[in-house]
Design a protein around this ligand. Structure first.
Ligand SMILES: *Cc1c(COP(=O)(O)O)cnc(C)c1O
Length: 429
């Protein structure tokens, strides 16, 4: 447990002792008011690594040099480009390489996975998701229920926090799964909730879903590159992630999926098929009937989105260099420091005004959160967010009332967190 102190000297000392501090210079930081912004929105769009342009340019050059022959003669042949991402992605997810593939965009992948793992019958057609799930996830599960001929108002079961609470309790999630029992087809939740920053207990939820005979999947948009996961060991059935948030692969960056190894050779699972999911051995002999490749790769539809994947490769190389264990250790300290500073501000204001201006709704237990803290202001939340922006602090505002602040361990420093606290104090009205 670090003994924190809300001072510039403390922040400086932490940065000096931080073995990952040099990674900060490997990213472009937006400039506001003539200085580097305090960028706390890696949960929305990660910063651009300086090397990304080289990776992307390499593919553009090979395209210029080889034309179609780049599929086989490029430096990283495009035919198998998706495969060079697999091992690094598997490491980040706690997965086996056979369980992971990079493809498409996130919501597309969520639909493709639901096609395979939400196979409702009259008796068993419910889907559990969070009441405050990301809108795209809500639309996905609702439209999947409609697509199969069910009324989404009846088929989708929403998990709500208890009255007066913001977070979901594991025991309540499990109770809901048990209550639906035989009528439950699948559970699909955000692993780290985009609004509250809560990291759910994926292992316990998976076990509970399996116990009632349901499948279980997670949206890892806010989890990948942020928290430690062991998807294989935790027996998760399916998951999808995006690469443009904590993975820093650029706007609209390519997504990917996880499908547990136990389905690797299960040809009976229905899937919307495309040629890239066919066994690569026979792909070019143009078989008339789809023969799925082994594992997650069989869910691919199309040939690799090489330009987008090259930006992801740049980022994955940085993650490998830094090491996810080290990043997570720093992240816990960095977010702990942010939490400490906010509580310090609360103490100070409470002493003079009797009111704590900031409520942190994210769990305080580091095991139940990633790097993001979700803040609700006692009053004037939107104005405070605007003032922060004017001062060169980039956080984001989520309706109805949350400021999300996510210090990313790859490119944020303890000094960023300290200065954020100073700006926040000045912005509170
Ligand atoms: C960011 C995010 C999305 C965005 O979906 P796209 O298809 O990439 O636009 C969806 N769901 C969750 C939970 C997210 O955090």
């Amino acid at each position: 447990m670090t003994a924190y102190s809300n001072t510039r000297d403390f922040a400086l000392l932490q940065d000096q002792n931080d073995s990952l501090s040099t990674f900060r210079q490997e990213f472009y930081h937006p400039i506001i008011n003539g200085r580097e912004a305090i960028y706390f929105t890696g949960n929305s769009l990660g910063l651009q690594p300086r090397v990304t342009q080289d990776y992307v340019l390499a593919e553009l050059e090979d395209w210029a040099t080889y034309g179609v022959e780049g599929h086989f003669h490029g430096r990283n042949p495009w035919y198998s480009y998706q495969d060079i991402l697999t091992n690094q992605l598997a490491t980040l997810l706690g997965a086996l390489p056979i369980e992971v593939v990079s493809m498409n965009s996130l919501t597309t992948n969520l639909h493709l996975l639901l096609v395979s793992f939400y196979r409702p019958t009259k008796e068993r057609h419910k889907i559990i998701c969070e009441y405050d799930a990301f809108p795209s996830d809500l639309y996905a599960v609702q439209s999947q229920a409609s697509y199969h001929g069910y009324n989404p108002d009846e088929a989708v079961v929403y998990l709500k926090a208890r009255e007066g609470e913001y977070l979901l309790r594991t025991e309540d999630i499990i109770a809901a799964i048990e209550r639906e029992g035989k009528s439950l087809a699948t559970v699909m939740l955000g692993a780290v909730n985009y609004y509250t920053g809560q990291f759910l207990d994926l292992e316990k939820i998976s076990a509970a879903a399996h116990k009632v005979g349901a499948t279980v999947g997670f949206n890892l948009a806010h989890a990948t590159g942020n928290v430690m996961m062991k998807l294989h060991e935790w027996n998760v059935d399916y998951a999808c992630f995006c690469s443009y948030k904590y993975l820093n692969a650029g706007p609209g960056g390519v997504s990917g999926i996880f499908v547990h190894e136990r389905f690797a050779d299960d040809k009976s699972i229905p899937r919307f098929a495309g040629w890239w999911g066919n066994d690569p051995e026979t792909r070019f002999s143009i078989p008339r009937t789809f023969v799925p490749a082994r594992g997650a790769r069989s869910w691919q539809l199309s040939n690799a989105a090489v330009i987008s994947m090259s930006a992801l490769k740049a980022s994955l190389d940085i993650f490998e260099d830094a090491g996810m264990d080290e990043l997570r250790a720093k992240s816990e300290k960095l977010t702990g420091f942010l939490e400490f500073i906010i509580q310090d501000i609360n103490r100070e204001f409470k002493a003079s005004t009797g009111v704590e201006p900031v409520k942190i709704i994210t769990p305080s237990n580091p095991a139940e959160r990633g790097c993001q803290l979700s803040l609700i202001m006692h009053s004037n939340g939107k104005k405070i967010h605007e003032k922060l922006t004017e001062k060169g602090v980039i956080t984001d505002w989520r309706e109805p009332d949350v400021i999300r602040a996510a210090p990313a361990p790859l490119y944020n420093s303890f000094m960023d967190v300290y200065e954020f606290g100073q700006f926040l104090k000045e912005s509170i009205l």
